[in-house]
Ligand binder design. Structure first.
Ligand SMILES: CC(C)(COP(=O)(O)OP(=O)(O)OC[C@H]1O[C@@H](n2cnc3c(N)ncnc32)[C@H](O)[C@@H]1OP(=O)(O)O)[C@@H](O)C(=O)NCCC(=O)NCCS
Length: 264
């Protein structure tokens, strides 16, 4: 039975007919993937035979993340061998300028417009958000490529890492409330403003509401993204078992929106 997300996904692609959904990964995993997440067909491209596309991904990832962009061996060993990257492809002319200039493609050549990689973890159903980027601003492209990639790998829950002040918080909260987990295991280059969150994807109706920003705004405490003392204290409490979450839209005018749930 089609769920609540299929019509939204179809509406997204109807509004952007130049976009298509693809996956790049090792052939061995193809039978494990859902190649029609929320009814959207995915063309799977074998990473073994598409080195040029892998190189394009590498270039754009390094452009999006600067100094912490993915090294080539990590792309092979930890992205393409164990999993598959979800890609929104589009004509190169649609890309934001730095990406268009870097790729040197003709206007109508197919380029990666947005991409998401989530890594499998030891816990069944739990995936780890590793790399999300978009060079197609203003269309919700990164929220869609993230959701469709998670559907493709059949994720039930996601743990991700982000920064309080990263505009991506608004994107991540499109998939629902972001439960605060704590600090990054092993530390992070941007440790003082970085945290781990978890999104539960099991309730499709709830995810659909969040994608639409259809929920009435939940009562939330607003904390400036620069108040690292208060935000660090929140992480201490989350690590101690408090049920804290960022409520959609996650971030507003330089603040994060935090709610505490009763113990449960
Ligand atoms: C974060 C990123 C993925 C968003 O890409 P996108 O989906 O094309 O961005 P959009 O233009 O659709 O905007 C997405 C949301 O962010 C908000 N946003 C975008 N730029 C913003 C900015 N500079 N300041 C505040 N909010 C911003 C938009 O208002 C939108 O919010 P809404 O969905 O509630 O309306 C993209 O900027 C990127 O690739 N950044 C570099 C890599 C990165 O940081 N990835 C995330 C790692 S956690």
């Amino acid at each position: 039975m089609p769920g609540e997300l299929a019509p939204l996904a179809q509406a997204f692609f109807a509004s952007a007919p130049e976009l298509s959904l693809q996956a790049l990964g090792s052939g061995v995993h193809v039978p494990s993937l859902d190649l029609a997440p929320y009814g959207i067909p995915v063309t799977h491209l074998l990473a073994e035979h598409n080195a040029e596309l892998a190189r394009q991904y590498l270039t754009l990832n390094q452009l999006a993340f600067g100094g912490i962009g993915v090294p080539r061996w990590v792309l092979s060993d930890l992205y393409l061998l164990p999993g598959a990257i979800g890609l929104l492809r589009c004509p190169a002319r649609l890309l934001k300028a730095p990406a268009r200039e870097r790729l040197l493609l003709a206007d109508e050549e197919l380029a990666i417009g947005a991409a998401c990689y989530v890594a499998p973890s030891l816990t069944p159903g739990l995936f780890v958000g590793v790399s999300l980027f978009s060079f197609l601003p203003g269309r919700g492209a990164s929220a869609w490529v993230k959701l469709l990639t998670l559907g493709m790998v059949r994720a039930k829950r996601l743990r991700g890492i982000t920064q309080w002040d990263n505009p991506a918080v608004r994107v991540h909260s499109r998939l629902g409330p972001m439960r605060l987990v704590g600090r990054v295991p092993g530390g992070h280059d941007y440790d003082e403003r970085t945290f781990v969150y978890e999104t539960d994807l099991r309730d499709e109706a709830r995810v659909a509401q969040a994608m639409l920003r259809g929920d009435a705004p939940a009562p939330a405490t607003r904390i400036p993204v620069t108040d690292l003392l208060s935000l660090g204290a929140l992480l201490d409490r989350a690590e101690g078992g408090a049920r804290l979450e960022l409520v959609p839209p996650g971030q507003d005018d330089g603040h994060v929106l935090v709610r505490e749930l009763p113990p449960g």
